[in-house]
Design a protein around this ligand. Structure first.
Ligand SMILES: [Zn+2]
Ligand SMILES: [Zn+2]
Length: 277
């Protein structure tokens, strides 16, 4: 039985929030991740233009959730370009406001790249931006840092950097998201990563899993997702990860290409449920 396990997917909100939740339920999911607008442009709809009450009632009635918001891809909180930094902070404030209004589980963010300057040099800028975002947004919103895949310059491929940022910002509203594809490509063995998480004292702040297989090899430093069990992580390692009781309380969000190339689908959800057993 997997009654309590939360298994969801990143889906489009082109048809509206309720429609996205209904689509997720149709494919066998019971939680969801969305964008608050296009992930590739800065512009956002007026924050009041979403039917929050209808959506919250729907989720409550259907026991559906949590709902995570994925930040857009253009963000870089370590940028030395003041315009890009200002835009990044602005759009993240919007997403945290959105997260608060949908009663969501948090905004999941790739912090960006230090562009060769190194983490140590970029850290203060990132910490300052994180504090500014948290001060300027509702207390009921959560900011979740996502681990990166080890691409050159990307922040937080090393989980130690997440620990350092959590310490420096020191807010219960700051947590993190563990992406299996990113961790695998950054060189974390999914069999032993629970020990790394424990060593860094990162269990309490971990709020959600991005469950993705990888098209690339272990420690490749690349970020290309594959359907669950169909990539380099593979079914055996995925099963081991999914049946590890340490991770069982965490919602799973799939960001996979899908068997028809249209993104997460019923088949991927069924594979996950099958692996969990
Ligand atoms: Zn992810
Ligand atoms: Zn990715």
């Amino acid at each position: 039985m997997q009654i309590s396990r939360r298994i969801g997917a990143h889906l489009s909100v082109a048809g509206g929030l309720v429609q996205a939740a209904q689509n997720a339920m149709t494919m066998g999911a019971n939680c969801l991740q969305v964008f608050s607008g296009s992930p590739r442009v800065w512009a956002r709809k007026p924050i009041d233009s979403f039917p929050y009450d209808t959506f919250i009632t729907f989720c409550k009635d259907q026991d559906f959730g949590p709902i995570f918001t994925h930040a857009l891809y253009l963000i870089n909180l370590a940028s030395d370009n003041p315009d890009l930094l200002t835009k990044s902070i602005g759009v993240l404030k919007y997403d945290l406001e959105f997260d608060s209004r949908i009663h969501g589980g948090g905004v999941i963010v790739h912090l960006g790249s230090h562009q060769g300057r190194g983490f140590a040099v970029s850290k203060q800028r990132v910490v300052k931006a994180l504090k500014e975002i948290l001060v300027g947004t509702p207390k009921s919103s959560t900011f979740l840092i996502e681990n990166s895949a080890g691409q050159s310059g990307k922040l937080c491929s090393d989980l130690k950097e997440i620990r350092e940022l959590l310490d420096a910002v020191d807010s219960p509203r700051l947590g993190w998201c563990f992406d299996t594809c990113h961790a695998f490509c950054a060189g974390y063995d999914l069999k032993t990563v629970e020990k790394d998480i424990a060593t860094l004292n990162l269990w309490d702040s971990l709020k959600v899993i991005h469950l993705n297989d990888s098209r690339d090899l272990f420690k490749s430093g690349r970020d290309r997702h594959e359907n669950v069990g169909e990539g380099s992580i593979g079914k055996d390692r995925m099963k081991q990860f999914l049946t590890n009781p340490k991770f069982a309380h965490l919602p799973l969000i799939l960001e996979v290409p899908g068997f028809n190339g249209d993104g997460p689908d019923a088949k991927n959800i069924a594979i996950v449920k099958d692996l969990i057993g």
